[in-house]
Design a protein around this ligand. Structure first.
Ligand SMILES: N[C@@H](CCC(=O)N[C@@H](CS)C(=O)NCC(=O)O)C(=O)O
Length: 215
């Protein structure tokens, strides 16, 4: 049995990144679902807090190593399981890949996170439509810049013709964008690259609807 255990949730885009990375590296892993909505959110339970006091998924266990933060987890996987590298070793490309991945994972994604949306509803008392506007605004702002960058760097994938960490971050962010009806017409490069990536088995098998806890 595999020593890798992924605590995640089918719709979590950060867990989705790690699933894609594990699949690209052809690593077997056991999935344990942390339901982000049921029972007030299982991420807030005492049991999960022992794994990650930040109360966020994903968490990856590799034997007795317990990791959180999807980008750090993928760095770890690149170091421990380097047969397929998601962050290239060439320094210039490596920097580019890391920066583009952070454009998505650090600058866009946190503003769409569940706890932010819950705060907008419960504390800021925003309506559903105002919350949708917030969500779309931050994705559109991030995608406008990303589109310009990928127009320069992409081949078949985000950076040239090799799949990298940027692709691993892009597809889950597109899933969120589509779920919240972002108008994707202004982003032809992002759409083209995503369509290519969605044909790859590692991405197909990592998709939210394919996960055992999908409802
Ligand atoms: N920067 C973290 C983000 C983790 C994160 O935001 N996880 C979300 C799901 S995508 C979560 O657990 N949300 C629960 C909540 O907001 O209560 C990472 O990349 O792992």
């Amino acid at each position: 049995m595999s020593s890798l255990i992924l605590y995640g949730y089918w719709r979590s885009s950060a867990a989705y990144r790690v699933r894609i990375a594990l699949n690209l590296k052809r690593l077997d892993y056991e999935q344990r679902s942390v339901h982000l909505i049921k029972h007030g959110g299982e991420q807030h339970s005492a049991t999960f807090q022992r794994l990650n006091p930040s109360e966020l998924v994903p968490v990856l266990m590799d034997g007795d190593v317990c990791l959180n933060q999807s980008l750090a987890i993928i760095d770890y996987l690149d170091e421990q399981y380097p047969e397929v590298l998601l962050t290239p070793s060439d320094p210039k490309t490596r920097y580019l890949v890391k920066a583009l991945a952070q454009d998505i994972a650090v600058d866009i994604h946190p503003l769409n996170n569940l706890r932010v949306l819950q705060y907008l509803t419960n504390e800021a008392q925003l309506s559903e439509s105002a919350k949708g506007e917030w969500y779309r605004h931050w994705i559109e702002t991030g995608f406008s810049a990303l589109e310009k960058k990928l127009a320069q760097t992409s081949g078949e994938y985000c950076v040239g013709d090799e799949i990298s960490l940027v692709d691993v971050c892009l597809v889950p962010q597109m899933y969120n964008a589509e779920r919240f009806n972002v108008n994707l017409d202004p982003f032809p490069t992002i759409r083209r690259v995503t369509s290519s990536l969605r044909l790859h088995p590692a991405f197909i098998n990592a998709a939210p609807e394919q996960q055992p806890d999908a409802v």
